[in-house]
Write a protein of this length. Structure first.
Length: 188
């Protein structure tokens, strides 16, 4: 399926039908390309969806059919790169935490200790002001971004960030440094 310059102009103007044509033309190739690089069909699908979300969001940048394929596959390449960078960062972060734990005499894996950590965190959350508790739960349990939380609650992004920071500080105080880092490790 070929995309014409007229269809690109329609996409730039926000016409959904033209974008659907573009999506149908490129989605299988984009997903296949991502799958070839990361070898995970679920992640490849997510990357492909992110690519088309970015194309739609930045549709004003579309120029001509000559550069369209290059533009789309540059986005795919960047998304795959970001995927690997994030995966590498998280792996390094977790390894760093584990290597810096001063004393492994604690039996952290035991069911009792994990329940204890959860109980402390839950008690701490219950003692927080309702808005802070809600914001923290939206962030950590619903995995919403600070911006999404701010929009949902009608607050500024900075207010959301402040509440999350205060919630983490309170949890850290109640758990102590060692257990706090384990808590962060396990909620990722």
């Amino acid at each position: 399926m070929q995309i014409t310059n007229l269809q690109i102009e329609e996409i730039r103007a926000g016409k959904i039908k033209a974008f659907e044509i573009l999506f149908k033309a490129f989605y299988p190739r984009v997903k296949s390309f991502a799958l070839g690089m990361i070898k995970n069909p679920y992640e490849a699908e997510e990357i492909a969806q992110n690519v088309f979300l970015k194309v739609w969001t930045n549709r004003e940048k579309l120029k001509s059919t000559y550069s369209l394929s290059s533009y789309i596959f540059t986005i795919v390449h960047n998304e795959v790169y970001d995927f690997f960078r994030e995966k590498h960062y998280l792996l390094g972060y977790r390894q760093n935490i584990l290597s810096n734990i001063p004393n492994l005499q604690y039996e952290i894996d035991s069911e009792y200790n994990i329940k204890e950590i959860k109980a402390i965190v839950n008690r701490t959350l219950e003692e927080m002001p309702p808005q802070r508790r809600t914001i923290f739960k939206m962030s950590r349990e619903q995995f919403l971004s600070n911006e999404e939380i701010a929009q949902a609650l009608g607050l500024s992004k900075r207010t959301v960030e402040k509440h999350i920071g205060l919630a983490l500080a309170t949890i850290k105080k109640n758990l102590g440094d060692f257990l706090f880092w384990l808590f962060l490790f396990f909620i990722q």
